[in-house]
Design a protein around this ligand. Sequence first.
Ligand SMILES: N[C@H](CCC[C@H](N)C(=O)O)C(=O)O
Length: 285
Amino acid sequence: MIPFRKMNGLGNDFAVVDARTEPFTPTSEEVKALGDRATGIGFDQFIIIAEPPAGETALMRIINADGGEVESCGNAARCVAAILLDERSEPEVTIASAGGPMRAWRAGGGRISVDMGTPRFGAADIPLAEGAGDPQALAFSEPELAGLGPAACANVGNPHAVFFVPSIAAVDLATVGPMLEHHPVFPARANISFVEVLSPGHVRAVVHERGVGPTRACGTAACAIAAVGHHMGRLAGEVTVELPGGPLTIGLEGGRIVMTGPYEVDWTGMLGDGVYTRDPEPING
Ligand SMILES: N[C@H](CCC[C@H](N)C(=O)O)C(=O)O
């Protein structure tokens, strides 16, 4: 059995295993079972902290609730950074991931800032299928999708499609989310966001995450929204992205995206061989 922390970033929740001293390599099926909210721990992503390549503080592996390993996770990066910063006196850590390295530091008020790198906007970067058209004005012809207007796409370590709409409440996320996530135009699938612009520095968004479905928050989506918004001139300066679970602050500094937000440890436990236990906590608070 190996210890884990149940953590969240604005309600986007994770089981975080520190596998730096004792390697932990669960199968896709084991992660799916542990992620089941009825019969398992229940989480949006399973996060493994592993030994890093030279020069980095740690490697973060991200496995979605569907068991698929992916490149990046913004909310989890803040959770992992908090663990790493608590262990050392240095003011900054660097987290390696398949989506690229991320620098992180404490931002005050219990929040963490993460340099999420430079967004990419090209068809091959997202990636999009051959002949998909303009990644910044990606139109869909299916009757359920045509009325959404075009999507603006970005890769911020992972693939995102962003729809700016007059009202996010009017979006039938349960129908259009899966259709878009699995649309053939996205050979690696995609995370799908719907955004209402309140002002050039303030948006409201809902997200259907690749490999999960609707989540309370998505850090990389907030980054993608700010990136495409700046790229198309609809957003400016620091952007507050209001998600169902709360707000993230996204700055663009020298072309790099810096995301700032909270993290929480909810409880701790042990897991292994497909089973888990929850550590006892004081009942009287
Ligand atoms: N579902 C995402 C990974 C987690 C992203 C989200 N939890 C975040 O905070 O960035 C993907 O498949 O790329």
